[in-house]
Design a protein around this ligand. Structure first.
Ligand code: UDP
Length: 354
């Protein structure tokens, strides 16, 4: 993983840890972090949105075991969890674009798949970190979203809301299994986590816009671009996830893990263009064209990170500029985009990170 973990390891105990979705963007960074802490790691991933390439840097590690399979298959989940004492559950259908296009798949994976993982963990007395999302807060535009803030969701018949609905059910399942069957589980809600290896293929704005800026294409900003987000760097979030999982006070609790700086998508586009010295323009695209008619976006999403800060000292450290440069360097390396392929892009800013 790029960057330096912000916290020392919480303890020196090593574990045999299952990471579902470990070949995904956040999952692969987590796997590298756990291996660095000395864990044996089993990855269960169906490689639908994740990729074995994400784990290329760890592939030779004898403490890493890869399993290609789905969390919808209870037998596979049981096998993957064999002799594991903890599980980080990240496998999910993610990305607004994917959810809008394939709501049924999203519902099945995010609800049935998660319940399979939780019940297998109970059988094996493994602890669980359930990775959830800020989407659960829906359209709540509060100044700072606390973990107990109200959820404001739209019409359940709009596929956009099925992700928030399913993840809310996942959290409720986790809490109920904790209270009624003694499952040792904690929950984290990630807010627009970004960094190297995230793909723009499923609609995520950050890699999309950085890729467009590198190619000299217009940056596609949806709606009026005044909607805001707080982007958090994966290298800040991953060590905090591990510390929360280890902390007994986190049992049955949820923790926001988000960025510190609120920025509009239009300003993000401008900052990407400036940082990468790109000659791209910005193009405003109406939501109806970007998604489907009737699509509802979140106008604002700002976390209150104080609960995770009080528990494990979580404090976002990585600047947006650094993340833009890291994501750009990663895209260039992964897609083998040479400066010949991108004649319009000034690469001066990237020299330091390539
Ligand atoms: N967005 C955008 N251009 C894109 C992709 C997304 O303007 O190419 C917008 C999207 O409408 C939303 C914000 O960027 O307002 C963040 O989108 P993303 O899908 O990354 O995350 P989420 O909507 O879950 O916060």
């Amino acid at each position: 993983m790029s960057g330096v973990p912000i916290y020392p390891p919480a303890d020196t105990t090593t574990h045999r840890t299952l990471v579902t979705g470990g070949a995904g963007f956040v999952g692969s960074h987590l796997v590298e972090h756990l291996l660095a802490l000395g864990d044996e790691v089993v990855v269960l991933d169906d490689l639908s949105t994740g990729s074995a390439r994400n784990l290329a840097g760890a592939a030779e590690n004898p403490r890493l075991q890869m399993m290609d399979g789905s969390i919808l298959n209870t037998k596979t989940v049981g096998q993957a969890m064999e002799s594991c004492d903890r599980v980080f559950h990240l496998a999910a259908a993610v990305g607004v674009k994917l959810i809008v296009e394939q709501p049924l798949r999203g519902l099945r994976i995010n609800i049935h798949g998660t319940e399979n993982v939780l019940t297998a963990a109970i059988e094996r007395q493994a602890s669980v970190l359930l990775v959830s999302t800020s989407e659960v807060y829906g359209k709540n535009t509060a100044d700072r979203l606390r973990e107990d803030s109200d959820r404001i969701l739209g019409d359940p018949l709009l596929s956009r809301w099925t992700y928030a609905g399913a993840k809310g059910i996942d959290e409720a399942f986790a809490k109920a299994y904790c209270d009624q069957e003694g499952l040792d589980v904690a929950i984290v809600r990630l807010f627009n986590t970004v960094g190297p290896r995230q793909t723009g293929r499923y609609g995520m704005v950050f890699p999309n816009l950085v890729g467009q800026a590198l190619r000299g294409h217009p940056l596609t900003v949806f709606g009026d671009g005044k909607q805001t987000r707080c982007f958090s760097a994966v290298e800040d979030v991953v060590p905090a996830m591990v510390r929360i999982e280890r902390d007994p006070r986190a049992r049955g609790q949820a923790y926001n893990l988000g960025g510190a700086r609120e920025i509009s998508i239009l300003d993000l586009a401008r900052e990407i263009i400036r940082t990468l010295d790109s000659r791209s323009d910005i193009e405003l695209i109406p939501y109806d064209q970007a998604y489907a008619p009737g699509f509802e976006d979140m106008r604002r999403r700002v976390p209150d990170n104080s609960k995770a800060n009080a528990l494990v000292g979580y404090e976002p450290q990585t600047s947006l500029t650094t993340t833009i440069l890291r994501v750009a360097a990663d895209l260039l390396a992964r897609e083998r985009l040479s400066s010949d392929a991108m004649p319009l892009v000034g690469t001066g800013a990237l020299r330091g990170v390539l």
